[in-house]
Design a binder for this molecule. Sequence first.
Ligand SMILES: [Zn+2]
Length: 119
Amino acid sequence: MGVDPQTLANNLAIIIGGVTLLLLGSVAIYSLWTGASIAIWLVQRRRAEKAFKTVSLRPDGKPYPPSMDGVCSRCKRGNRRIYFAGSGHELCPACYDSFWRDEERSDEIAKGEAKAASE
Ligand SMILES: [Zn+2]
């Protein structure tokens, strides 16, 4: 008994349709996976950049001075990160924070006085 041509056509259509769906599905999954890994990579990079900035830049955007293990010259406490702020100042992060803020303030005052003197 031969195969009914109509049944053969139907079966072929089902097989071709199934293969096409499978291909489309794998392409879709592949692009989703690639997109997801790019998104994850972007998020991780942004996080790393942010972490790097918090460690290497002060809140006002200026870079921190070089640092090393040592003892703070102001509060006399040891710290894994002691900043060499110049003029013999070796400061822990907490003391350096108030130090540069004070310095910034006196800089502004000095600028204001220079301006007042030139006027
Ligand atoms: Zn200190």
